[in-house]
Design a protein around this ligand. Sequence first.
Ligand code: EPZ
Length: 417
Amino acid sequence: MHKIVIKGGLPLNGEVQISGAKNAVLPLLFATLLSAGQSEICNVPDLRDIDTALSLLKILGAPTARAEDCCQVDARTIQSVEAPYDLVRTMRASVLVLGPLLARCGHARVSLPGGCAIGARPIDQHLKGFEALGARITLEHGYVEARAERLRGAHIIFDMPTVGGTENLLMATALAEGESIIENAAREPEIVQLAEALISMGAKIEGAGTARIHIEGVSSLQPLKISVMPDRIEAGTFMIAAAMTRGNVLVRGARQRDQEALLKKMTEAGAHIDATQDGLRVIGPDRLMPVDIRTSAFPGFPTDMQAQFMAMMSLADGTSRVSENVFENRFMHVCELQRLGADISIDGHSATIHGVKQLHGAPVMATDLRASACLILAGLAAENTTEVSRIYHLDRGYERIEAKLAKLGACIARVPE
Ligand code: EPZ
């Protein structure tokens, strides 16, 4: 077990290269199961969740290999359609094998992912979508069993925009017989890249990135070859790091179109942001201004940036309000920020942050991926030393974050706990 130790109070300056997007790579890796061929995905970050996804592909009978930042997947034959509990419980995105296995093999058996730190995270919308396509779904002994001779196109209307649900149904309908419509679809950039990938494999998809996606099923798909989009959440995390430390950082690879809602709120908070052809440059203000945010599905303010933004608001000159509308338990970073001197109160889905002049270093504990990032950011701005433990959460979604931050001038190290 390791922890990250930060000596805070130093401005971040220079430039940082953003890695490939974790939440784009995961569906792309599972999309390779749709083709009886050898696929390659490049610009893949070195993250625990990617290792877990590659292990799952091997369990299903699709050998994988990694060469530098590229992953090769050989899905010519699939030997198993079962995603086991001990793997799914470590990474909920494993449920994204349901759509490809059902479409390719007519059968899938995936452990129910169960809840996680930030919420119950059911998959009822995924399952309703598969049933609309003609699949027979049974739930027993903690597993979802899905069967269908051939999926038939259908008109699917989600109760709420679901990223995973949209991804699972995009992959299933790509090989279903006839036309499908997905209404109230999620619009995240990662959905757009998945649709682009499927189209490059021969799928017929229109409207990805909007709430209404039209799919014309085809009989088979070619292997995938693609380079992954930059990680907009990693980019946003580094942008806030610059804004909180009065820094000046070029976040290479950050794309303005992926982060409009965040950029607007950061500008309101006083950060100066320039879009360049290499990425986004962020200059932190001497004084941060209070800003209210309400998380929602894309293009709204991303829930995955809520904790990081709250860390920044804990130093603003005034009172801010954060409303977390996507997940039911995504304020676990609050009590850890309070240990650093933040003045925050919670009322249900809302938090009120009274900005303080200074945060003070202390030992804190990470509880989930984005809460870990929030505590790193707070430690960078706090005076004295902050120690963040349980950083295995962090390694799920950030590639060598302490090395990237150190290169920007942070006094930060990963040490044995
Ligand atoms: C994806 O999770 C991301 N994970 C999450 O990022 C992200 O927070 C989330 O989308 C929202 O943007 C990956 O892409 C691997 P949802 P996902 O289905 O697909 C409810 C991170 O930090 N819902 O869009 O699981 C659900 O409970 C992670 O990188 C149902 O009720 O999220 C939630 O309230 C955390 N029934 C809301 O919809 C369903 O069948 C949005 O969830 C599906 C979802």
